[in-house]
Ligand binder design. Structure first.
Ligand code: NAD
Length: 486
């Protein structure tokens, strides 16, 4: 039975791409599943002038394909709209009245979520106006959901954090990272903590290395304006990769509450070694794609539209992280992310040490791997040493595997649906905590500084490959290699 959630969500940026493409369909799914029943309201606001009817038309277009018409219409009754400019205090009075009216009409008992689906430069401003203009409720809860990116450096992130915390406490802030809403990213904790076999082995005694790969086949497309200032380091490593690492490197939480989970992740992040320029060069490889040898449409990054010919932007990053804790002393966490790679994948490979027992056959026990493939084609495999079918005691690796059925795939909530649900339910487990975000920025800033001064080479790699060979060498010198080779 779905637990009914009573809430009023105000969507800032209500006419934007994110709201139309991902947020409204997600709210509708929560309605269809019975999490939202009668006592909920959605207030949309943006600069555009729209009537309630026009707003409902817009939402109808974004959700209604193939849906039950009556259900769509009863759902849309909960939607209303008011135009406001988020940079001007005056607009907030009308919004306040609207929220209070809808709150009373739909009996949401003062529970308020403010979802900021607007450009990041507005995040701090809106948070402060919500407080100064009295939009926060005195009964029920007030929560703020923040889109990415959360700052562009530690300094800007800290400034935003200061602005937010003038109005909201940390436990009221829900920083979205949609990778955290992916089913198999959420699946890391049950695998780890639900199996004593894995949980007791989740440390330096049994694990040789951990690998996180976020590879894209796409190039920069039409996002050059943004991407050339960010690169893979800010676009993929600072946020998604580090958040996944949090689940893998964390200590065991005292229980499965969001506070305990955040504390356990923060304990690991506090022990992350932050590199200087020498460390950046030693433990990281940055790359940039050149033209493909096999696909003439895949041009070099510097030949992409709107990219400066002399751009030094990294479109690929690989590196080795160290957590200086008793659990992880000496265990490298390898990460890599790149554009225009040979294969698209988001995956985690945990490499376990080979057993020392000698069977005396031709082939002795090898390292085994737990692979959590998040996308595409989500699945989990675990390799084990087993006897080879032969006359002697040679061993071979066998693979145990699981993949969701078509029905399970169809039933899997989209990340935004899952995260909206969790925020309505007051569960912050799958949101980025300030401490983790701050550590990720400090780590990434140190690399950015080294790259800005060109203190590390920019290696070229051909499009449609798995990145520069120097990234393979990074692992080879530790006696390791990438599990996923493309
Ligand atoms: P968008 O440009 O499509 O929409 C922006 C919205 O903000 C519009 O509704 C616009 O009217 C409103 N707006 C702009 N200036 C305003 C002002 N002064 N006062 C009031 N409203 C104003 O942007 P988007 O793609 O929907 O992205 C919104 C946020 O979501 C951004 O932070 C973005 O980084 C993040 N995001 C978007 C996507 C996506 O797929 N679109 C994915 C992940 C994160």
């Amino acid at each position: 039975m779905a637990k009914e959630l009573k809430t009023l969500v105000t969507f800032f940026g209500a006419t934007g791409d994110l709201a139309k493409r991902l947020l409204y369909p997600s709210v509708f799914n929560l309605y269809k599943k019975g999490y939202l029943v009668n006592d909920f309201a959605i207030v949309g606001t943006s600069r555009q002038e729209l009537t309630d009817d026009e707003y409902q038309d817009m939402v109808r277009t974004s959700i209604s394909e193939g849906q039950d018409k009556d259900q769509v219409e009863s759902f849309l009754k909960h939607f209303s709209y008011i135009a406001s400019d988020v940079t001007e205090a005056e607009g907030y009075a009308g919004l306040k009245t609207k929220i209070e009216e809808e709150s009373a009409k739909f009996n949401v008992v003062g529970n308020r979520i403010f979802y900021l689906a607007v450009a990041p430069r507005f995040f701090g401003t809106i948070a402060q106006y919500l407080k100064s203009e009295g939009l926060m409720s005195d009964e029920g809860y007030n929560r703020i959901m923040i889109e990415k990116p959360f700052g562009t450096s530690y300094e800007t992130a800290e400034q935003l954090q200061n602005e937010l915390t003038q109005a909201f406490d940390e436990d009221q802030v829900y920083r979205i990272d949609h990778f955290m809403g992916k089913e198999l990213v959420m699946g890391i904790a049950p695998l780890r903590f639900g199996n004593p076999m894995l949980n007791t082995a989740w440390n330096k005694d049994y694990i040789k290395n951990v690998q996180v790969t976020l590879a894209e086949t796409l190039g920069v497309e039409e996002r050059a304006g943004y991407y050339d200032t960010a690169g893979a380091l800010l676009d993929m490593i600072q946020n998604h990769t580090m958040q996944i690492i949090g689940w893998l490197a964390m200590e065991e939480p005292k229980d499965f509450s969001d506070v305990a989970i955040r504390n356990a992740k923060n304990a690991a992040f506090s022990a992350l070694e932050i590199y200087d320029a020498k460390g950046a060069d030693r433990y990281f490889v940055r790359g940039q794609y050149t033209a493909s040898a096999t696909n003439k449409d895949h041009v070099a990054y510097t030949d992409e539209p709107d990219v400066p010919k002399d751009s030094q932007t990294n479109t690929y990053i690989a590196g080795e992280l160290h957590f200086n804790t008793p659990r992880w002393q000496g265990v490298p966490f390898y990460i890599r992310s790149g554009k225009r790679m040979e294969a698209k994948t988001t995956r985690i490979d945990v490499v376990f040490k080979a057993g020392a027992f000698k069977f005396g056959g031709q082939q002795e026990p090898q390292e085994t791997v737990l692979s959590i493939v998040v996308s595409p084609d989500a699945h989990i495999t675990m390799s084990l040493n087993a006897k080879e079918v032969s006359d002697d005691f040679s061993t071979q690796l066998i693979n145990l595997g699981w993949a969701p059925t078509d029905q399970q795939k169809a039933d899997t909530p989209a990340p935004y649906e899952r995260l909206l649900h969790d925020a309505m339910d007051g569960n912050g487990s799958n949101f980025a905590d300030w401490h983790g975000v701050a550590t990720a920025w400090k780590f990434v800033d140190a690399l950015s500084a080294a790259y800005a001064e060109n203190k590390a080479p920019l290696y070229k790699y051909a499009s449609d490959t798995m990145g520069p060979k120097e990234a393979d060498e990074l692992l080879e010198r530790n006696g390791d290699s990438w599990v996923f080779k493309g």
